[in-house]
Design a protein. Structure first.
Length: 156
């Protein structure tokens, strides 16, 4: 039985070129329809600032902010949801159920879970115990979120 041919590894520059091409960052998108573009490249990261506008402007030469505003606010064909990695994304309405289904648990949900699993005394939580438990649930929790979880200032 002949051995399968081993393919050469893909170079980093070739991979980056493909990613730029796939995201329409190396050429203009073929249509002027924003919804077609978003369906083609995937959901748009939308943390509550100019990011979605810049993202679309980089891919569509005829893009105007009013076009996106119309899709979101007037036609409601795009919805803003917390989804992948807990990030806020602009998602086509017909994909909203999928976006919500893959959403990770929020910090509030994690804090409730942690509080149920840890005994609370009159003195409150042992220093750092809640943060440790929250890190166990979600390892990339930020120190700035410590106060959200237990209302205490971290002692560094």
């Amino acid at each position: 039985m002949p051995l399968p041919k081993v393919k050469k590894p893909v170079s980093l520059s070739h991979l980056n070129s493909w990613r730029m091409h796939r995201q329409f960052l190396d050429r203009p998108f073929g249509s002027n329809k924003l919804l077609d573009l978003i369906n083609s490249i995937g959901w748009i990261y939308s943390p509550g600032c100019s990011t979605p506008y810049l993202s679309l402007w980089a891919r569509l030469s005829s893009f105007k902010t009013e076009d996106l505003d119309k899709l979101v606010f007037d036609e409601r064909k795009l919805v803003q949801l917390e989804t992948l990695r807990g990030c806020t994304m602009l998602v086509p309405r017909n994909q909203a159920a999928v976006a919500l289904r893959i959403r990770p648990r929020t910090y509030t949900e994690l804090a409730k879970q942690v509080r149920q699993q840890m005994p609370v005394t009159d003195g409150g939580f042992p220093a750092g115990a809640l943060l440790y438990a929250a890190n166990w649930c979600r390892p990339w929790i930020l120190w700035s979120d410590y106060r959200l979880l237990c209302g205490l200032e971290p002692r560094l």
